[in-house]
Design a protein around this ligand. Structure first.
Ligand code: PLP
Length: 412
């Protein structure tokens, strides 16, 4: 990775681990921000894709805003040095405490997803004696044509407010003194490779905004959401110029402050997960390579049927030796399976494998299932590397678990 040998990191840190290229993070932001700059679009990184504060810092230094979905993410974004006025608060179930914290911090905008949440925002604003800047998140009823578990804007989805309900709610909200109604937001799904769903959804937003304005409403901001996909084995990623053109064609020239909230696109390809082969084992058909990373470390294959490219870290062996094998983890679940791969060569215990494009929704989604430790995250910058999240260790984890007093042995 850049100027550092992954095998050297493995020797120093132990496997498995995530490694991120700071250069790739910066280059990705530069390319995307540059592509949408002519439309005046601001980029807000979706923190949920990779919340490590030292990753956030790389983006924050470049002037990137952030899209957050919890109070914890707000703390991270602020700690990374992102000014509050560059932070947008999304999510379907913000609590009263989170809303008050957001208002106290002075975030730019709260994207509201239901009439009930609008009431909660108004109440929080009254409590604090401030006006709450809000946008209404629209559910435009558009199929993002992606995996069912990451499509968010069909009629039956839990996200947003049905587009037909927006005009009445917008008008009512605009009249409330506790609220400063800034505009609209949407987010139609994730890992979107076909630009047509964006075109349909954003065209619907343009129509909606024209109708609201014709009715005398002020609409100043439009948050276009994230979801831009990265290419995979089957379908390449859309090119940035085409993505930017869809923005221009649909909502360009409308005198709107536009933002996008990319998560995956900005960090997925900057990261790899490196795992070691623990055992190989014959199987029915393809054999197995049992690796030391598992579904708790990289959940996307189990959760979304995602497939990550895998390469051996050392020089590849002769391709004539190539055989099929399934890469599986040690967890006691059949879904702890990264899939069948060809061409890795005959794997042996101790071999190192790099799982590509795992800088987004990798470490961020990991858990300690099976009492496995969270794995280290490493940042590579040129020829330097640094562990930016270390292992917790089972002893520290155990100290968080306290017995009921009645469980203690009788002392007297
Ligand atoms: C998840 C999410 C994003 C980021 O999605 P990506 O597919 O990673 O770009 C942006 N906005 C909202 C509201 C989200 O929930």
């Amino acid at each position: 990775m850049d100027g550092v040998a992954l095998a050297g990191i493995a020797a120093a840190v132990g496997t498995p681990f995530y490694a991120y290229s700071a250069g790739a993070l910066r280059a990705g932001y530069g390319a995307l921000a540059g592509a949408v700059a002519p439309q005046g679009v601001e980029v807000c990184f979706a923190v949920k894709a990779n919340g490590n504060i030292h990753v956030l810092t790389e983006f924050a230094r470049l002037g990137c805003g952030m899209d957050i979905v919890s109070g914890g993410e707000m703390t991270r974004a602020l700690a990374a040095g992102v000014p509050a006025e560059r932070i947008i608060f999304s999510g379907v179930g913000k609590t009263g405490a989170e809303l008050r914290a957001a208002l106290r911090a002075g975030l730019r905008q709260i994207n509201v997803e239901s009439p009930a949440e609008l009431e909660a925002v108004a109440e929080a604003a009254r409590d604090l004696g401030v006006r709450a800047p809000v946008a209404l998140r629209v559910n435009p009823d558009v199929d993002a044509l992606t995996h069912a578990k990451i499509t968010t804007a069909r009629k039956d989805s839990k996200f947003g407010i049905p587009i037909a309900d927006i005009p009445a709610l917008y008008t009512a909200a605009a009249a409330r003194p506790e609220l400063e109604l800034a505009g609209l937001a949407l987010h139609i799904g994730s890992q979107i490779l076909d630009l047509e769903p964006f075109r349909r959804a954003w065209s619907a937003m343009a129509d909606l905004i024209r109708a609201l304005r014709a009715a005398g409403q002020r609409v100043e901001r439009l948050d276009l959401g994230g979801g831009l996909g990265i290419g995979g084995e089957e379908q390449p990623a859309p090119c940035l110029a085409d993505y930017a053109r869809v923005i221009a064609d649909t909502v360009g020239g409308m005198d709107l402050a536009l933002t996008i909230e990319p998560g995956r696109w900005l960090c997925a390809r900057a990261g790899v997960m490196v795992a070691g082969v623990t055992y190989t084992k014959p199987g029915d058909g393809a054999g197995f390579a049992i690796v030391d990373a598992a579904m708790n470390d990289l959940m996307r294959p189990a959760l979304y049927d995602a497939r990550h490219g895998v390469e051996t870290v050392a020089a590849p062996r002769a391709p004539t030796d190539a055989g099929r094998c399934r890469l599986v983890g040690p967890i006691c679940e059949s879904s702890d399976d990264f899939g069948a791969y060809e061409g890795l060569g005959p794997l042996r215990a101790g071999d190192l494998l790099a799982f590509r494009d795992t800088g987004a929704y990798g470490a961020a989604m990991s858990s300690t299932y099976n009492s496995r430790d969270l794995i280290p995250e490493v940042l590579v910058d040129g020829d330097r590397f640094r562990v930016i999240r270390r292992r917790v260790g089972i002893d520290a984890a155990l100290r968080l678990e306290t017995p009921g007093p009645w469980q203690r042995e009788e002392q007297d």
